[in-house]
Design a protein around this ligand. Structure first.
Ligand SMILES: C[S@@+](CC[C@H](N)C(=O)[O-])C[C@H]1O[C@@H](n2cnc3c(N)ncnc32)[C@H](O)[C@@H]1O
Length: 256
């Protein structure tokens, strides 16, 4: 039975590929938070790819994620760096915290994992309820079939090797295969992921996950934000402060 993501091998191998600090979004959110955007909440913070460097830099940032295992990895990394982090295990569509934030951000397109319209609307309402006066949400979105942003899927139904890395603790080879299908009527990308751990050329452990991601047109997402009570919303070109081109494949909504 396929899992729905970010548990088991999926959580344990996340940092093999995404644990570094060299991603193009790091400076964007740092600037947003550092220029009057504290305190901040990272929704779907995972293993702390962004949260930990920001806390290390003295920024007031908390994290929220539904995966206990991803949060546990985040907590361990923070502890070994001598940092205190505030983490909440909760779903972004139904959390209730006793603090309000000037920035709520949802990096790496994680908002798209809320494939169901009621979940997406509930999350936006929840974000709005947790915004301090003058606060804003930052939500990056992309169109998964567009080749120009490097995430175009293989033709429907084909497995392809997406990532491979050597696990430092035991030198095992970890591979991640992906099979993507696109439903253009419902604007849903379904991604099946197969994780395989090999030692001495033999697969010793494997796991299958399935994820559904909902993509949006800019005008459509602006309407969703308005329906959730946001008064202003701008689409920016990722990861800049410039307005998004109307046909942009990767944009960030900033709303308050
Ligand atoms: C691609 S990872 C992103 C992690 C981190 N923000 C980063 O940029 O590296 C997606 C994360 O979303 C979390 N997630 C998925 N659905 C969620 C939900 N409904 N509520 C909260 N977290 C969720 C997963 O557990 C996972 O940690």
């Amino acid at each position: 039975m396929a899992r729905t993501g970010y548990t088991g091998l999926s959580a344990a191998s996340y940092d093999l590929w995404f644990g570094g600090e060299g991603f193009e979004d790091v400076e964007f959110y740092r600037e947003a938070i550092g220029s009057g955007g504290e305190p901040a909440l990272e929704a779907a913070c995972g293993t702390g790819r962004l949260l930990i460097p920001y806390v290390r830099d003295g920024l007031d940032v908390e994290g929220l994620d539904r995966s206990r295992e991803m949060l546990e990895i985040c907590r361990r990394k923070a502890e070994s760096a001598g940092l205190r982090v505030t983490l909440h295990q909760a779903r972004m569509e139904s959390f209730a915290l006793d603090r309000k934030f000037r920035t709520i951000y949802v990096p790496f397109g994680s908002f798209m994992l809320l494939a169901d319209a009621t979940e997406a609307t509930a999350a936006l309402r929840c974000f709005r309820a947790h915004l301090a006066d003058g606060g804003r949400v930052l939500i990056p979105l992309h169109h998964p079939w567009r080749h120009d942003i490097g995430v175009a899927p293989a033709p429907s139904g084909e497995w392809r090797l997406r990532r491979v890395a050597t696990r430092p603790e035991d030198e095992a080879i970890v591979r991640c295969y992906e099979r993507t299908t696109l439903d253009f009527d419902r604007q849903i990308q379904q991604v099946r992921l197969r994780f395989e751990v090999s030692r001495g050329g033999e697969v010793v452990e494997s796991q299958e996950d399935v994820q559904r991601l909902r993509w949006y047109e800019q005008a459509e997402f602006a309407c969703l934000l308005a329906a959730a009570g946001f008064e202003r919303a701008d689409a920016l070109e990722a990861y800049t402060w410039e307005p998004a081109a109307p046909d942009s494949a990767s944009f960030i909504f900033v709303a308050g």
